[in-house]
Design a protein around this ligand. Sequence first.
Ligand SMILES: [Zn+2]
Length: 253
Amino acid sequence: MPLSVTEAIVLHAFDYLESSRIIRLLTRNAGVQSVLARGARKSRGRYGSALDLFAEGTAQIYTKTGRELQNLSSFEVTRSRDELAHDIGRFTAASAVAELALRFAGEEENTLLYDTVSDVLDRIARSTPPQTIEQGLAGCWRIVSVLGFTPELSSCSLCHTPLRESDDAIFAHASGGIVCTACSRVARGGRRLPASARGLIREWLEDGVSAPLSEPESRSHQRLLREFLAAHLTDDRPLRAFAVWEHERWSAA
Ligand SMILES: [Zn+2]
């Protein structure tokens, strides 16, 4: 079996049999990979805390083409991101980012996606409790743009009529962005998107983060993002981490 060495981020982990764990990694060289870490469960075994969620490091993987589960040979951690585990707001935001990457990234090499996910997790790790939701939203929209399905926010996504920035618009998830009044009658679904909220999403897509959102604003933005992602999935499995992030309100105090 060939051995590949790649930078990787732990996005999901669960126990397997008596002593092992199955880890889902976002790798720099081969997208999302599921690996078996033998002996990782027993008293943390030979991996120590290296395979904790959101840790990043160098993975050595024995790969066999056509197999779903590869064998992890070693994982040398360079960034543990403990901060994400110590605050529930950071943890739920980072979990949504991980779910987004796991559900949309394939097995192809995508270094920009890898670097963006790594940077987004770092920013959430550094954010104060009141900032975590906005950092998570901004990060998810940046990842959406790297994945190549940036929403249309300037013109009608169906007839391409430019829409005024100062106007509220209808955001139709399945159409891929905002729609004009005429098209909103034929577009399926859709939510009213105030001009200010549209401006914020545009700012996030361009890597900006402004003042913290009010609670109703963050809820609306989380719901819009989740619905937009769901409309782009090819299966019906719910976005569980997004639902937890959205519905659980954690006191920052
Ligand atoms: Zn239109």
